[in-house]
Every structure is written in C-alpha cells, then in structure tokens.
Design a protein around this ligand. Structure first.
Ligand code: ATP
Length: 133
C-alpha cells in the first residue's frame, strides 16, 4: 500500500515525522481519513486523537487543536500540543479533569465555562489516548 509522509509540529518543536498508510483525525467539521492521493486541503483540528496506521501497527497522539494541511503525498499537522501515549502524565491529566469538572459544577458567574469545558476535553482526550495506546 502507498504511504504518505506525516509531520507533526507543535510550538515546542517537531513531534514526529514518518511514513504511514493512513491518517485519521478529528477536524472541526468531522472525522477525516487520509490516504495517499487525497485532495489538498487545510482544516482546523479539534481536540482529539490522531491515529497513524503503519504497516505493522497504529500509533496514536493526543492533539489539542491546530491545523492540518493535506497534500497528495504529505500531511502536516500544526498542533497546539501533541503527545505520544508514553509522554502523557496520567496523574496530571486526572487532576486537570477533576479541576475542570469542579469548575463546571460551580454555579458562579465568573466561571469561564467554555475554558473549563475545553480543559475537560483535553484531559479526557489524554486519558483516552493512554487507555487505547
Ligand atoms: P494542565 O492544566 O495540566 O496544564 P492543559 O490541558 O491546560 O493541562 P495544555 O495547555 O493543553 O495543558 O498544554 C500545555 C503543555 O503541557 C503542552 O506542552 C502539553 O503537551 C503539556 N501537557 C499538558 N498536559 C499534559 C499531560 N497530562 N501529560 C504530558 N504533557 C502534558
């Protein structure tokens, strides 16, 4: 099967660059499955897992927003953050999840609900990527 190059970059630097058979990711307007030869596009990314299917296994990354640029033989992911499962600090993610849940339960006007909701989604995504590594 033809492969395509995938490059993942965050503000902290490059996270990975390798050839894969298929990339699945969550764009803001839905799931995208990308194979070699895909039409070129640029799309905003949601908080979600990126699945990189290689010949022998599938790698997952927890990604927190950004953009994907697709060309027929290359996918570039510019993410706010992107972690491999073994880089994820589970305790930190659990604490972030609890903190966000507590904020969302508090009925106070000065709570920024959208911010807390996004923090919750980031934490759940990280825990999900670790559990399904
Ligand atoms: P926290 O409240 O724990 O800081 P957050 O969701 O607000 O979590 P982000 O703003 O998404 O954190 O990320 C800031 C930086 O910290 C990024 O470099 C990201 O990769 C890293 N990071 C955040 N949470 C974790 C985690 N649980 N394990 C490893 N790295 C993490």
């Amino acid at each position: 099967m033809k492969t395509l190059m995938v490059s993942v970059v965050t503000p902290d630097g490059p996270v990975m660059e390798d050839a894969f058979e298929m990339v699945s990711l969550k764009a803001e307007n839905g799931e995208l499955g990308i194979l070699h030869g895909h039409i070129p596009l640029v799309a905003p990314l949601s908080i979600g897992a990126i699945r990189l299917k290689g010949q022998d296994d599938t790698k997952r990354l927890a990604v927190n927003g950004g953009f994907v640029e697709v060309r027929p033989d290359k996918v570039t992911i510019l993410a706010q953050s992107a972690e491999k499962p073994d880089e994820i600090d589970v305790e930190r993610a659990r604490k972030a999840k609890e903190r966000a849940e507590r904020r969302l339960q508090t009925k106070q006007d000065d709570i920024d609900f959208r911010r807390a909701e996004n923090a919750l989604r980031r934490a759940i995504n990280r825990l999900d990527v670790v559990e399904n590594r």
